[in-house]
Design a binder for this molecule. Structure first.
Ligand SMILES: Nc1nc2c(ncn2[C@@H]2O[C@H](COP(=O)(O)OP(=O)(O)O)[C@@H](O)[C@H]2O)c(=O)[nH]1
Ligand SMILES: [Mg+2]
Length: 385
């Protein structure tokens, strides 16, 4: 079961009901669930007066109105059913992006005997895929054990065992972004230059609007005028307000934006920041300050600190995750450019060494090219299944 966003609502009892509903086949079908089949209570953290539109489909068994105001409960919010063709197309892009890795992993198992040569070739392929030494050794060792204990004798069985191991390894990275925890929900977005921060914010804003969320953007990249303009133009085109200032301190811009979002009853505020390398210590300090100042503008904020990484940067992306996490305490990742020449194994390295959840992956420049991370889909793309 997986969904684009989740949302807080209802009571504990509802949560149990939903957990049960989640076991039903129609809930597991996720994005193909029927639309508009639910009478949904407004999120407790959301605007109290006007009842909100149901934001997405839900299982019919979850139609009891929720009147309780406890906030522990979780509502599963599948995306509006995507066009089958659109889904095919982004999956195809993911597959073609990862084709270098999948073709080498596939060829290893063709007519192969299960011997040391096979494991050696697998080791090379995993290392080449950016999985890194740690995750590669872990996968090989666990695979050998599995082959022994399950007495696997055929290469396709071993490939299937590897598939299961990869899914198990990557599964903990799968997590939905939870909406409705606070108003505004404040998300701070960080990363190196060119990773895809601003583009991802734009895509995410569009997705959020489709879920009936009002969005405000803060142009916290005050380094380059062009960056501010990029966000402003995007905002105009898409009818999203962008808070920006001619010059100055990113913390001040973002502080103002949080205040504006509070005053206007905005659901989600996303704060863009200037790209920086983790080695630029003064710039990392600036980012820590931005985070502190957001907390002063709104207690408990930022609710999400997201790092955007470019999957093509290989093992360097892992170093970025570690450094930004140490500095800021990351709550999630967006992994972009998996449609390019990325090899994909970097997610295995992250899962082993710094398992920060991957909320979204980017497989292209269009809005629908930003999709939730799904361990099984990703593994199948990696293995050419
Ligand atoms: N192919 C591809 N390009 C992307 C993706 N995400 C971002 N880009 C491109 O990467 C470039 C840098 O993106 P930008 O958002 O400006 O990066 P920022 O410096 O981190 O804000 C732009 O040309 C984007 O269109 C992706 O998932 N796939
Ligand atoms: Mg930018």
């Amino acid at each position: 079961m997986f969904s684009f966003f989740k949302r807080l609502r209802g009571s504990k009892a509802e949560e149990t009901a939903q957990a049960e509903a989640a076991q039903t086949p129609e809930a597991q079908a996720g994005d193909s669930a029927p639309a508009g089949s639910d009478t949904r209570a407004p999120s407790p953290a959301a605007a109290p007066a006007q009842a909100r539109q149901p934001i997405a489909a839900s299982s019919p068994s979850r139609s009891a109105p929720a009147t309780a105001v406890a906030v522990e409960a979780v509502d599963i919010v599948p995306p509006p059913a995507p066009e089958a063709a659109a889904k095919q197309s982004w999956l195809a892009r993911l597959k073609s992006g990862l084709s270098k890795t999948s073709s080498s992993l596939t060829s290893i198992f063709v007519n192969a005997k299960i011997d040391d040569d096979l494991y050696e070739e697998l080791e090379t392929a995993l290392l080449m895929s950016d999985a890194g030494v740690e995750a590669t050794e872990f996968l090989l060792e666990t695979l050998r054990q599995k082959v022994r204990s399950e007495r696997l004798t055929e290469a396709p069985q071993v490939k299937n065992a590897l598939r299961q191991l990869l899914i198990d390894l990557l599964k903990p990275l799968e997590k939905s972004l939870m909406l409705g925890r606070a108003q505004p929900l404040v998300m701070m977005i960080a990363g190196v230059n060119g990773a895809g921060k601003t583009t991802s914010i734009g895509k995410l804003a569009k997705h959020l609007q489709r879920f009936d969320q009002s969005v405000l953007l803060a142009a916290g990249d005050t380094f380059r005028a062009a960056a501010r303009e990029q966000l402003a133009v995007w905002g105009e085109r898409n009818n999203v307000t962008v808070v920006s200032q001619e010059s100055g301190d990113p913390a001040a811009v973002i502080f103002d934006a949080v205040s504006a979002a509070r005053a206007r009853g905005i659901d989600v505020l996303m704060a863009d920041t200037a790209g920086r390398l983790p080695t630029q210590l003064h710039l990392m300090d600036e980012l820590k300050k931005v985070k502190r100042v957001i907390g002063k503008a709104l207690d408990g904020a930022p609710h999400e600190v997201l790092l955007v990484i470019d999957a093509n940067t290989g093992q360097n992306a892992l170093a970025q995750v570690k450094a930004f996490d140490d500095a800021l305490g990351l709550t999630g990742l967006i992994v972009t450019k998996l449609d390019g020449t990325a090899k994909g194994g970097i997610l295995a390295a992250i899962a082993r060494q710094r398992p920060v959840p991957v909320y979204f992956i980017g497989v292209g420049e269009k809005v629908e090219d930003l999709q939730p991370f799904n361990a099984e889909e990703f593994t199948d793309a990696l293995l050419g299944n």
